[in-house]
Design a protein around this ligand. Structure first.
Ligand SMILES: Nc1ncnc2c1ncn2[C@@H]1O[C@H](COP(=O)(O)OP(=O)(O)OP(=O)(O)O)[C@@H](O)[C@H]1O
Length: 255
């Protein structure tokens, strides 16, 4: 469904993506993980055509993305930080998006609009929303057009525990419909029940892309955070990051 080949991207001297190649297929939930600044968002934005790679190729449904920008209509994107016109009302945002896409009401996925009760704030301008409510709007928009591919950048960051569960349930539902879902998150426990594959980036390089069962078998660990810790400890820089993740969980459990 998505194939990236030898992707490279530099921001001045910084190699943000360093020869990334991967294939993502329908039915997979790929968790992109790695330390801050490792290139996760850059990879996502390159796939979405928001950042132009210096070299390499990207294919969505076997077509090169530089051929036809229409491929974007197949992808629902939830950005890390949603930017919207300050004075636009929530309801207007949804109706405007609907008009741009000219999609019949029956085909729209309003599940999250309803479950997050966003209709009750349709009259509120975007600038008045809390960070978490803005996240809910971004999530509802990503799923609104029932896309075959979902790209979710830190989807649960800033959401309260109940809303986070609602969103995770929604992701699971879509996974069952054989969609392709790419997620970045630093909250590894959120990814445990969703993930089929882990793609680990470090300083712009892909360290590994493995399916979760292989990862569990190789490490003998059931929990994602521990399985990744098992693999990464051999590398000093990675060990540092994974120790930080585990330290945040200390109190609940010990590695
Ligand atoms: N537009 C830009 N101009 C210059 N540097 C950039 C730009 N976008 C990203 N970078 C740099 O590229 C590197 C990768 O950034 P990216 O946002 O992809 O990391 P990330 O893995 O998503 O990080 P995080 O976990 O913090 O979200 C970082 O060093 C970042 O500062």
């Amino acid at each position: 469904m998505i194939r990236v080949e030898s992707l490279r991207k530099k921001f001045k001297k910084l190699q943000a993506l360093d020869d990334i190649s991967a294939v993502f297929s329908s039915g997979q939930v790929i968790s992109l993980i790695g330390p801050n600044g490792s290139g996760k968002t850059t990879l996502i934005k390159t796939i979405l055509g928001m950042v132009r790679a210096d070299s390499g190729h990207i294919y969505v449904n076997a077509k090169p993305i530089d051929g036809d920008p229409g491929y974007r209509s197949k992808i629902g994107y939830m950005p890390q930080i949603g930017r919207y016109p300050d004075n636009m009302k929530v309801g207007h945002l949804f109706s405007m998006m609907k008009n741009i896409r000219t999609m019949p009401d029956a085909e729209l996925d309003t599940d999250l609009l309803v479950r997050f009760n966003l209709v009750s704030i349709f009259d509120k301008p975007m600038r008045t929303l809390s960070g978490g409510t803005r996240q809910k709007v971004s999530a509802a928009l990503a799923f609104y057009f029932n896309p075959d591919i979902l790209i979710l950048d830190e989807p649960t960051a800033g959401l309260d525990p109940l809303s986070s569960e609602i969103l995770k349930e929604k992701i699971l539902q879509e996974k069952k419909k054989n969609k392709l879902i790419l997620i970045t998150s630093h909250i590894l426990s959120d990814l445990d029940e969703l993930t089929t594959h882990i793609m680990y980036l470090q300083e712009g390089k892909m360290i590994f892309l493995k399916d979760i069962n292989t990862l569990r078998r190789e490490t003998g660990e059931d929990r994602l955070v521990k399985a990744i810790a098992g693999i990464m400890r051999t590398d000093k820089k990675n060990a540092l990051w994974i120790d930080e993740v585990l330290a945040m969980k200390a109190g609940k459990e010990h590695p």
